[in-house]
Design a protein. Structure first.
Length: 201
């Protein structure tokens, strides 16, 4: 998605800064370094605030999220996911087209110390269910289109990615449940599986 790629430069700059700041803390602010992707988002929100983090064109109109909005939504939905039973170290499916809501869902999962399992939204229901079983994912974040392929999701806790465009309606407060470290896994992407069965990498 061109819009999101266009606004990815601040993250690239911040990644370079993190590598060099460990020995030379910034002139202002706490001298801590990012230990996870979610920490990196927190730093980006502090540094870039209202600048656009994610955007997408829908029907000729742009939907945009600033870094501050992205962080706030990720924290709020992280609390909702935790209330549904998501715990540090858990794996969770994320199956939807690229969008700002996808980004919110991804960082919401990371805010709880969970591992995201992003899958191609073109996969059929049996393949998605098989990869969920292989990874042990019990929380599923799916688009409406993907959900329609399933008659039953068993005991999985189901969330609709489109809902991540705004804060949870019940006023859930964001709570970070897990402290992710440098060696923890943020996501398990799978190969396309066009010639062989998909493999987690």
């Amino acid at each position: 998605m061109q819009g999101i790629q266009e606004y990815s430069e601040p993250f690239r700059r911040l990644s370079m800064d993190v590598k060099t700041e460990s020995k030379s803390p910034p002139a202002s602010g706490p001298p801590w370094e990012a230990r996870s992707l979610f920490d990196l988002l927190s730093r980006a929100a502090a540094a870039y605030g209202e600048k656009t983090a994610l955007q997408v064109s829908r029907g000729g109109r742009w939907t945009r999220l600033s870094y501050r909005e992205l962080l706030a939504l990720a924290e709020a939905w992280g609390g909702q996911l935790a209330a549904a039973g998501l715990a540090p170290g858990d794996r969770a499916l994320l199956v939807a087209d690229a969008s700002p809501e996808w980004g919110v869902a991804y960082f919401a999962l990371l805010s709880q110390g969970a591992t995201a399992v992003p899958l191609d939204p073109q996969l059929n229901a049996p393949d998605i269910a098989a990869l969920a079983a292989r990874t042990g994912a019990r929380v599923w974040v799916l688009s409406k289109t993907v959900q329609e392929r399933f008659e039953d999701v068993g005991e999985a806790r189901l969330f609709e990615v489109e809902g991540f465009s705004s804060a949870p309606g019940d006023g859930t407060q964001g709570v970070t449940r897990g402290e992710a470290g440098e060696s923890d896994v943020a996501s398990i992407p799978f190969t396309s599986g066009t010639t062989l069965a998909p493999k987690g990498v």
